[in-house]
Design a protein around this ligand. Structure first.
Ligand SMILES: *Cc1c(COP(=O)(O)O)cnc(C)c1O
Length: 496
């Protein structure tokens, strides 16, 4: 029997895994969730000797049950190959008593590659299985990293087109350059005057526009999503937590059955939700530590049970976490409500009309697995400098949010459970903030000089993804108002 997926806003809306991957978002605006979280069907001890690809198959086959073994293994093999600069795919690096799970060894040097390397394969396979005859148009809102990772994954993939919207003044210099130099006739990159929430809300609106959907279908297109609202983005992320457990076992850092804590720098709540699903599958995870920057809606939520987006949007040195509406939290809310789609839909309606909601006391039980924390820009800079000076290890600004929150948590709680910190981006991607944190004397240097200096002080090679953009031509220079998103989509697709 296949594991089915249901919309978080209407239990009657039920689809297979491959259909959920194709659709991205449910028609009712809800997110697809598995009807139950499957267990890990292997002994934990076996993980110690499994490769990343083997672990990926063991986890993903439990969720994506209507893909055949052959299909899934083909997807995994095509995704996790030499695009990654290490055969380990996600190496675990120990520094100052914590384990940094480096998720940035893929093509665009951010953790989004972990899922977006495989999503195009999962999606084109799903299209074949479901005899989809329309061209798939991937609509994406990005806070900086999803955009490039999705572009790299979908560029020149037959039967697909991809449109990326990013906040014009809300991403790092390297992030923007990576996107606007993207090649591929099926790609389109557009800056908007607005922030990430504006981009994400605009994209969700286009998805929900029934009339536009009809026009699109008549022209031979259908929308899908590469954002973490797509279950095909979420499931591949469960893998690396399971893999990290195997690596810790193998290295003798934990014994079979020992618990680990997981610390995740969080924005849209996709990555940490994947860690929660890993825990629900039976992986011995103790605390899930949700680390925010100054846009600390989630910290406040875990403390009070009130989610309130009515506050100023702050541009920080960790731009990929500058988010006030964490889409994937809806999947947790649904679970907290006992898989009650009606109750979830009611809370989401409150969020969209009032900008806030409060969960009931009985729902708070699920929250006990989570601890929220946040770090200011100042604290992030201090953490980067401290870790570098004490250990020589350089981390990026997002990872530093998690690292700092973890140190504070450990000090306050006395909890010495081994901790895996999700290291979500290469420091090269945020070279300016990282280098200025290490030494203010770097303030005047240009971006590429900083990159060379980072390579020198860290003793690491400049990644290929950075070398590529040094001299690449700008191919996308369109910037629009947030009200013009539909017009831009129509123009790119040639529909009027
Ligand atoms: C996207 C991103 C995050 C936030 O991840 P979510 O899954 O959206 O919570 C954190 N760090 C970096 C570098 C990112 O690109």
């Amino acid at each position: 029997m296949d594991l089915m997926y249901r919309s978080t806003r209407n239990a009657k809306n039920q689809v297979t895994a491959s259909q959920a991957v194709l659709k991205g978002l449910a028609e009712d605006g809800g997110l697809f969730v598995p009807e139950r979280i499957p267990g890990l069907e292997l002994s934990l001890g076996a993980l110690a000797d499994m490769s990343y690809q083997e672990t990926a198959y063991a986890v993903m086959k439990q969720f994506l049950t209507d893909y055949t073994e052959r299909e899934l293994k083909d997807c995994i093999r095509s995704a996790y190959d030499e695009k990654f600069d290490t055969p380990e795919i996600a190496p675990l690096r120990e520094a100052d008593g914590a384990y940094y799970l480096e998720l940035f060894h893929g093509a665009t040097i951010a953790f989004k590659d972990m899922a977006l390397s495989i999503l195009p394969y999962l999606m084109t396979t799903a299209a074949k299985k479901n005899r989809e005859d329309k061209e798939i148009v991937i609509l994406t809102a990005t806070s900086g990293d999803t955009g490039k990772a999705a572009l790299a994954g979908f560029a020149d993939v037959p039967g697909t087109r991809i449109i990326v919207f990013y906040p014009k003044n809300g991403v790092s210099a390297v992030q923007e350059r990576q996107m606007v130099t993207q090649k591929g006739a099926n790609t389109c990159v557009i800056g908007i005057h607005g922030n990430f929430d504006d981009a994400q809300t605009g994209v969700k609106k286009l998805f929900g526009d029934v009339a536009l959907g009809k026009v699109l279908a008549d022209a031979g297109y259908r929308f899908s999503s590469a954002n973490s609202i797509n279950i095909g983005r979420l499931v591949p992320q469960i893998v690396y937590y399971v893999y990290a457990y195997g690596r810790l076992l193998k290295a003798g850092k934990i014994r079979l059955g020992d618990s680990i804590n997981v610390v995740v720098p969080t924005g849209n709540f996709g990555n940490i939700l994947a860690a929660y699903y890993a825990k629900c599958m039976g992986l011995p995870i103790g605390r899930l530590i949700c680390a925010s920057n100054e846009n600390k809606v989630l910290y406040d939520f875990f403390r009070t049970g009130v989610y309130d987006r009515n506050r100023d949007f702050i541009l920080t040195s960790s731009p990929s976490m500058d988010i006030l509406i964490s889409s994937n939290l809806e999947r947790l809310i649904y679970r907290m409500a006992g898989d009650d789609a009606k109750e979830n839909a009611r809370l989401m309606e409150e969020l969209s009309s009032k900008g806030s909601y409060e969960i009931s006391d009985s729902m708070k039980a699920v929250m006990k697995d989570f601890t929220g924390g946040f770090a200011t820009m100042e604290e992030v800079a201090v953490e980067i400098a401290r870790l570098y000076k004490e250990t020589g290890y350089v981390i990026d600004t997002h990872t530093a949010v998690a690292s700092r929150v973890y140190r504070a948590y450990k000090e306050q709680s006395g909890d010495v459970t081994p901790a895996v910190i999700a290291s979500t981006a290469s420091p090269y991607k945020f070279a300016r903030s990282v280098m200025e944190a290490i030494d203010p004397k770097y303030a005047g240097m240009d971006d590429f000089a900083l990159i060379d200096e980072l390579s020198r002080i860290s003793g690491t090679k400049v990644p290929q993804a950075i070398e590529e953009i040094r001299s690449a031509a700008v191919l996308h220079d369109k910037v629009i108002e947030k009200t013009q998103m539909e017009a831009a989509v129509r123009e790119f697709l040639g529909i009027h």
